[in-house]
Design a binder for this molecule. Structure first.
Ligand code: 5GP
Length: 116
């Protein structure tokens, strides 16, 4: 069994978070340290530590993360101008919380994808 992170407690509403969406597969909440005017984390309710741990049985939740990202981007009014979806994996990817999550960031021009 993988170690739970703070995100499992947020999903179970045991600690506070600004939850924008939740269903049987995924939960979306505002990042505590936003890096853009809109910065939302979309996570599967089931603990999957990294993208390296993704299995075919997770495909429903992973697909739902995209449809929820689309819905929340529209609600935030950033769908037309655009936004970025990011998933970090392990140390070189800059992953800090080992419960996979999609960052939905936008609200201004984000610039180049990677620092050069
Ligand atoms: P990573 O670097 O793992 O891709 O991103 C983890 C993200 O989780 C960071 O952007 C960080 O600000 C956010 N985060 C970490 N702890 C908490 C928390 O307790 N609540 C919320 N809402 N976000 C958190």
């Amino acid at each position: 069994m993988s170690a739970e992170t703070i995100f499992s407690k947020i999903i179970r509403r045991e600690i506070p978070a600004n939850i924008l969406y939740q269903d049987e597969l995924v939960t979306a909440f505002r990042d505590i340290n936003p890096r853009a005017p809109t910065h939302i984390l979309i996570v599967p309710n089931q603990l999957i530590p990294t993208v390296n741990d993704v299995e075919p049985e997770h495909e429903a939740a992973l697909g739902r993360m995209f449809t929820v990202a689309r819905k929340l981007a529209k609600e935030a009014g950033i769908d037309e101008k655009g936004y970025r979806l990011i998933m970090n994996c392990n140390e070189h990817g800059g992953q800090e919380v080992y419960h996979i999550h999609m960052h939905l960031v936008g609200g201004h021009a984000l610039g180049a994808m990677l620092a050069r």
